[in-house]
Design a protein around this ligand. Sequence first.
Ligand code: ADP
Ligand code: MG
Length: 331
Amino acid sequence: MATPFLQAISVSKTYPGALVSGIQKTDITINKGGITAIIGESGSGKSTLLKLLFGLLSPDTGEVQFKGERIRGPAEKLIPGHEAMKMVTQQTDDLNLYAKVWDNIASMLPHNDLKAKQEKTEKMLRQLKMTPLADKRVVDLSGGEKQRVAIARALIVNPEILLLDEPFNQVDTSFREGLQHDIRQIVKETGLTVIIVSHDPAEVLSMADELLVLKNGEILESGDPKTMYRKPKHLYTAKLLTNCTVLTCAEAKICGLKTKTDHIVIYPEWVETVKTWTRNDWEIKQVLFKGCYEDLIVERKGITIRVLNDQFGKYVEGNKVNLKLNRWLEY
Ligand code: ADP
Ligand code: MG
C-alpha cells in the first residue's frame, strides 16, 4: 500500500481544565491534490485539529504523519509548523501594513535570484487577480483584500499543503466566491492540497472534494459533498449543511407523516406549496427575500416549515396554502 499523504493516527488533544474540549482519538487520511473541508459547530475542535495537522500543537496521544514521517510539535522545533505547509487564519497580523502589496508577497522569496522573484510575484498576483493592487499599501486595503495578500504570501513559497482556518469570514459574498474559484483553480493546476475549516455550508459544498464533520472533538462522518448533502448520516450534519426544518415524531404525525424515528428533517427545496380546492390550512407567516429565491415560513397548528420558493410575489404573509412534501429524512 502506498504511504498516505497526510495521516492522523489515534491523535487526541485535550486542554487542561475543560471537560469536553480539543480532539478525541481521531484517525484521518488526506490524499494529495484536493480540497478537504472540516465542518462543525463552534467549539467542535476544528481549529485544534488543524493545528495538530500542521504541527502547531503536539498531540497527547498518537501522531500525525506527512508522507510517512512524524510531524514534530512546537517543542521540538525552532519555527513551529511543518515546512511543507502554510496556514492562513483570520488574523493577518504578519502582514507589513506600511509596505506595498508587492513587497509583502515578494519578501517571502529568497533575495539571491531577483529575476525569479520578480516573475513568481507577478504570477502569484495574476493568479489571485491582485495585479491592480500591487502598488497599494496593505494598510489601505479592505479586509477581503488583506486576506488575499495573506493567501498569496502562503502560496508563493509553493507549500504542499495550504491550511485555511475560516479565512473568508470577514469577506463579502462576491469576493468570497472569486477567491474560492481562484483557489480551486490553483489546486487543479498545481496539485496543491487544501484543508479548509469553515462553518459556511455554501462555501464547503462548492469548494470541497471531501467533507469531514466534527462534533465534540470527534469525526462524525465523512464523504463527498453531494452524497453527504443528499443523505447525511446524522441530524447534526443536516443542520450544518442546510437551513432545514426539524420536526419531532409527534409533529411529523400532525403533518400526516408516519415515522417511527425521533426526528424528521425537511430541506426547504423538498416542499412545494400548492393550492387545492379543499384544505389550504397552512398559513404563510413570513416571506424572506433571499435575492434569487424566497424562503417561506409556513405554519399550521404551531408547526413551522421552511419552504423554498422561486415564484416571486406569488405569496404574501397571511396567504393560505397546502403543502406537498416530496422528500424527508428520518433520524
Ligand atoms: P472550533 O475551531 O471548532 O471552534 P476549537 O478547536 O477552537 O474549536 O476548540 C475546541 C474546544 O477546545 C472548545 O471547547 C474550546 O473552548 C477549547 N479550547 C480551544 N483552545 C483552548 C485552549 N488554548 N485552552 C483551553 N481550551 C481550549
Ligand atoms: Mg476555530
